[in-house]
Design a binder for this molecule. Structure first.
Ligand code: AKB
Length: 318
């Protein structure tokens, strides 16, 4: 069967790279990118685009009717830091956007749906080292508890309506093609831009804040492997833990200094994102993803630093 893939929220950090990867696999015309905003250059020049607002169910309904997608990726979301500034909007968008798409996927018999969750589903009472798939979860950000509720809805639609919905709890994602979208882990992207532009960076997280992170190529590969895995290999219908690497701002700055010896880092006091980071895991146990669909990351901190600096050197206007 020929696939028709609809990506909602395609303009963002994950969407931009996922659409390009999917177009490479399935062909440009088979992958419809959509967003509430004008398409960025990478999307505009590489295939079809539609305007979509996840909070407008009629608009979404018309797009499902027009394209009859076989796979849907819902990426539109408000992330952790922005979510704390706009809590009601974050809840509305993250929750009702998901429910609209799940309903339409059932109505239009979409074969597979992907929806991203996050390490933000864990909270201050979750184990912070090697955080297991199943444990106490008491997220204290709107983003975190909207993702946790979303996971419950995904599992529910699978159990109740047989919808083949799949999900990953992404760690902080680091990439250079599109800007990050207002998260707590964004420092690990800004630092590379500032290292190249000004040679110095003020981290909004403290020196020893360790968080789980992943290079975008690994995240895209994980997403496509999960979506390609045979149904009988998917044992988790809420969302899979996924690990890449874990590091602190100091460790990342050390790596940058090895390549740019004049680089300096300072640390801000009292940034509200610190409290969010303090409530999140430091490392993740992803053994279920390894068992079920053979997940293995390829990038460590060393490879990440090389790749980020090399690509940004070629693309940044310095
Ligand atoms: C954020 O920081 O909000 C995101 C995430 C970990 O989900 N990058």
């Amino acid at each position: 069967m020929s696939e028709k893939i609809f990506v909602i929220g395609a303009n963002g950090q994950i969407g931009t790279e996922l659409v390009l990867a999917l177009r490479g696999i399935y062909g440009a015309e088979q992958v419809i990118a959509s967003d509430i905003n004008n398409p960025n250059e990478a999307l505009r020049n590489s295939g079809p685009f539609e305007f979509a607002n996840v909070l407008d169910k009629e608009n979404l309904h018309a797009l499902f009717q027009k394209h009859q997608p076989t796979q849907v990726y819902l990426l539109a979301a408000i992330l952790s830091a922005v979510g704390e500034q706009k809590p009601k909007l974050a809840w509305d968008l993250n929750m009702n956007g998901l429910i609209h798409v799940l309903d339409l996927a059932v109505e239009f018999k979409v074969a597979k749906v992907f929806w991203p969750s996050s390490i933000a589903v864990f909270g201050p009472h979750s184990p912070r080292q090697n955080t297991p798939q199943y444990c106490v979860m008491d997220p204290n950000t709107v983003y975190g508890f909207s993702k946790l509720a979303g996971e419950r809805w995904c599992e529910y639609y699978h159990a109740k309506y047989g919808l083949d919905v799949r999900s990953i709890r992404y760690p902080g994602l680091i990439s250079w093609k599109a800007a990050p979208g207002g998260g707590t882990t964004d420092y690990a992207i800004h630092i590379f831009h500032e290292a190249l532009k000004t040679g110095t960076y003020q981290s909004f997280l403290s020196a020893d804040t360790r968080l789980p992170m992943m290079y975008m190529d690994d995240a895209i590969r994980a997403t496509i492997s999960l979506m390609d895995a045979p149904t009988e290999q998917i044992s988790i219908r809420s969302s899979y833990n996924l690990a890449g690497m874990s590091f602190t701002p100091t460790e990342l700055a050390e790596q940058i200094k090895q390549r740019l010896p004049d680089f300096t880092i300072t640390y801000a006091d009292n940034d509200p994102r610190q409290a969010i980071a303090n409530s999140w895991p430091q490392s993740i146990d992803d053994s279920q993803a390894q068992t079920d669909w053979k997940w293995q990351p390829e990038y460590d901190l060393n490879a990440l630093t090389d790749t980020m600096l090399k690509n940004l050197q070629n693309t940044l206007v310095l």
